[in-house]
Design a protein around this ligand. Structure first.
Ligand code: ATP
Length: 799
């Protein structure tokens, strides 16, 4: 629609009116927030004036604490109000610039006039507080906008189904209060707004897609029913975008009962966290908790083991082919990712219920208090129908009883006297206070009597010696989980029994897997593939430390998780709904090429069918049509992926004879791309070491940044990045180094998905660079889908 059409003018007039109302709200709220702010500053400044501080005796002390607490509560209440108002203000300022992005006219069956519904990032009512000038995009009525083209439509509401006709579906782009474009969507017309949005250059951070959410994506966003929501979506189909919009939706839908810290997003790496961190604040919501699975493992195991991270494991898989033991480790990695291994461990835990758990001696002052075997005898003497963690707790109680006995006996031992003599003044005073606190009958004069004083100090000394032992018993450290875990791999009889308990066969390479596992664990090195199974055994023996407050767990790049990791997460968050988003074609972890069911495919088996919903996204939005047509040729079943109709140039392939020539051409291309307005450009390498080398070679010619596994911010500009860290993110232009079939390129069948993942990071431009010759994935019918940049190659070879 053009600016001169009357409809446009009418709409602009409405925008002006709404903006005016928004401005009024802003003014009022600014006043309120500034009042709240000064009040807050005032309270902080005069905090101590309003508190009576007196520590003279216990009554005064209690009063002081009460007064402090009250003052702190007032302050935190003001801070909360201020934060809330500030957030509202941010949203209103956004509405001032762009009050809405869509309008629908819906005629309900039986009515004579259609309702006009304008949709924006938040609701706004008119002055009289009667009518909605803007509906929040998450309001039930907004579903019509996302789910239907003009024509018959229906709406599910809490009070039932409403049927009618969508008379109009209009999309707006409004900036600084001015309508920049306006489209009416017909049944056959392509999504013009989507065209415009996708054609832009990226701003580094991920954007919200609120104005152009597609129907299938809307099903993900608004799903409230499923315990497990599984999303399998092509590269660039909007899985991450839909996941973030879903968080915003849930926060709106369950406002008051669900808070942002009850939602956890598992991201593939720390940089990804930064990449997505602005989407929710842009929608006026607080960010959910974000973490990586590795962060969790490190927090749990990092202090006891040298823990491998997934990138080190992947680097090993990509580079260590010639090292001794490579095949054993790889078969271990693959096997340990399967559901079969989960079953084997479950079988093993079943066997351990009857025998086999290794117990450590409990020691008191270097001496064995209760030997490991005796603990085992006690544990296995308990009623076997009691669950293992409960038997552990009963054993701990028994051990605490033994310790108490020992504590009593110790009072008469010589070391206690010696220790009392050695008490320094500070400890003596501490002992005095502790005894006073603990012993009601104790009178100050008790310390006047020498014998009584020695007795009480003796008690104190023994109590202090017992304390760490008691704490260790309570933490159940008498269970030697490492040895128990190792036993499965050391003791072939145990393994056979575990397998038979689980009703499965041990895998073909079991012996080699065992040797490889034992060698590492004996020296306290925890491989990535062992970390989760190990933790699972820890928790199943000692009792799961569950997180009961989290209500929603979202797992992005879910195809890279193993069956074990999912089984673990399911137990860790027993009251959570899980949204798992992934793409099997982008499975790049070392375990990915197993024929058996690994994580993503096995996940559904962990939940009942009626609790699970699977949504498949086939349309790809990220890349131009020529890029999607090319990348679809790289994977089996790629023809199912539907490119969004956005024009662009075909990808190019440049082959050079040596690294110097190749880097020269890459430098040239980088300068050209930057001058054409591309804001985010990535040279994607296969490994971290290749990235480092390419970075060193290019850094003098072009300003660029090297991304490593610890990099935690996503910024505009040119980056050199290893393939696996580019997961989940996107760039205006991507340069692939090196697309040959050599070991440093993508030659083996196992490299296929990695190559696909790398190429699908490009939004507008994709340029492949190969050393020597093009790799096998670039041979055959696919050649029709990219341009050979012959000229550049010839030029370089001739010079
Ligand atoms: N409905 C939509 N409207 C506008 N843009 C969209 C929409 N859906 C997806 N996009 C855009 O497509 C791009 C890819 O989206 P996203 O990263 O969410 O896909 P993904 O499925 O997670 O990709 P991958 O698996 O390849 O990492 C982003 O730029 C996103 O903004």
């Amino acid at each position: 629609m053009s600016e001169r059409e009357p409809e446009w003018l009418v709409e602009q007039q409405r925008v002006d009116e709404v903006v005016e109302q928004v401005e009024r709200r802003i003014e009022a709220l600014e006043l309120e927030t500034s009042d709240a702010h000064s009040e807050m500053v005032d309270i902080r400044k005069n905090f101590w004036d309003d508190v009576t501080v007196n520590f003279e005796d216990s009554a005064e002390m209690a009063e002081t604490f009460a007064s402090l607490k009250q003052q702190a509560e007032i302050l935190s209440e003001r801070e909360r109000t201020h934060r809330h108002a500030a957030r509202q203000l941010r949203t209103l300022r956004k509405l001032r610039s762009s009050p809405y992005f869509g309008r629908i006219d819906f005629l309900e069956n039986g009515e004579t006039a259609a309702d006009q519904v304008y949709l924006g990032i938040a609701s706004l009512r008119d002055k009289a507080d009667e009518n909605y000038l803007i509906y929040d995009w998450r309001a039930p009525i907004a579903s019509l906008y996302y789910d239907y083209p003009p024509g018959p439509a229906e709406l599910q509401t809490p009070s039932g189904r409403i049927e009618g006709e969508l008379r109009l579906k209009r999309q707006f782009v409004i900036r600084e209060g001015e309508i920049v474009s306006l489209f009416d969507t017909g049944v056959t017309i392509g999504d013009k707004l989507l065209q415009e949005v996708l054609g832009r250059h990226s701003d580094a951070q991920m954007r919200s897609i609120v104005g152009t959410i597609q129907r299938e994506q809307n099903r993900i966003i608004r799903n409230e029913r499923s315990r497990l929501l599984l999303v399998q979506g092509a590269a660039g189909s909007g899985k991450t975008s839909a996941a973030l919009q879903r968080v915003a939706y849930l926060l709106y839908r369950f406002r008051g009962t669900l808070s942002a810290d009850q939602i956890v997003l598992f991201s593939p790496n720390p940089m990804f966290n930064s990449y997505v961190s602005t989407v929710l604040p842009e929608l006026g919501e607080e960010n959910m908790q974000q973490t990586t699975f590795q962060d969790y493992l490190a927090a749990r195991l990092g202090h006891s083991f040298k823990l491998e991270n997934p990138y080190a494991q992947l680097e090993y898989a990509l580079r260590a082919e010639l090292e001794p033991g490579y095949e054993s480790r790889m078969s271990g990695i693959r096997y340990k990712a399967t559901m079969g291994f989960v079953r084997l461990i479950d079988g093993y835990l079943g066997v351990l219920g009857g025998e086999g758990i290794v117990f450590r001696d409990v020691r008191f002052r270097e001496e064995v208090l209760v030997a490991g075997e005796a603990i085992g005898a006690y544990f296995y003497g308990l009623d076997r129908t009691i669950a293992v963690p409960n038997r552990m707790r009963l054993t701990a109680e028994w051990l605490l009883g033994q310790l108490k006995e020992r504590q009593k006996a110790a009072l008469k031992e010589d070391w206690v006297d010696a220790a009392v003599d050695l008490l320094d003044k500070e400890t003596y005073l501490k002992a005095y206070q502790t005894i006073r606190r603990q012993n009601r009958k104790f009178k100050d004069e008790s310390f006047d009597d020498y014998d009584r004083e020695r007795e009480l100090l003796g008690q104190y000394v023994v109590m202090e010696a017992v304390k760490p032992v008691r704490a260790r018993i309570k933490r159940l450290t008498f269970v030697d989980v490492r040895s128990t875990f190792l036993k499965l791999f050391l003791d072939s009889d145990m393994a056979a029994r575990a397998a038979s308990q689980a009703g499965i066969e041990l895998p073909e390479h079991w012996e080699a897997i065992c040797k490889d596992t034992i060698d590492r664990l004996l020296v306290k090195r925890m491989a990535y593939e062992d970390a989760t199974p190990f933790l699972y055994v820890v928790e199943r023996l000692r009792g799961f430390q569950t997180n009961t407050s989290v209500r929603h767990v979202l797992i992005d790049e879910a195809q890279d998780y193993t069956a074990f990791q999912f089984a673990y997460l399911q137990r860790l968050f027993p009251f959570s709904r899980i949204t798992a988003l992934g793409d099997l074609n982008q499975s790049i972890q070392a375990h990915a090429d197993t024929g058996e069911s690994t994580g993503f495919t096995a996940l559904a088996s962990l939940y009942a069918a009626e609790e699970t919903e699977t949504i498949v996204l086939k349309q790809s939005y990220r890349s131009t049509r020529p890029i999607v047509e090319f990348t679809s040729m790289l994977i089996p079943g790629g023809s199912e992926i539907e490119p969004f109709n956005r024009d662009g140039d075909k990808p190019t392939l440049t082959v050079a004879a040596d690294a110097d020539a190749l880097e020269g051409m890459i430098g040239e291309r980088l300068r050209q791309l930057a001058s054409q307005g591309n804001r985010t450009i990535a040279v994607i390498c296969k490994t971290a070491s290749q990235s480092r080398a390419v970075y060193e070679a290019l850094r003098d010619g072009v300003p660029l940044r090297l991304v490593e596994s610890e990099t935690s911010t996503f910024e505009p500009g040119v980056v050199v990045i290893p393939s696996y860290l580019a997961k989940g993110v996107e760039f205006d232009a991507v340069l692939v180094y090196d697309a040959s079939g050599s070991p440093s390129g993508y030659g083996k069948e196992t490299d296929r998905r990695l190559f696909y993942t790398v190429c699908t990071r490009a939004m507008h431009e994709l340029h492949l660079f190969a050393l020597g010759s093009a790799g096998p994935f670039l041979k055959g019918p696919v050649e029709a889908y990219f341009e050979q940049a012959q000229q550049a190659a010839d030029m370089q070879t001739n010079s």
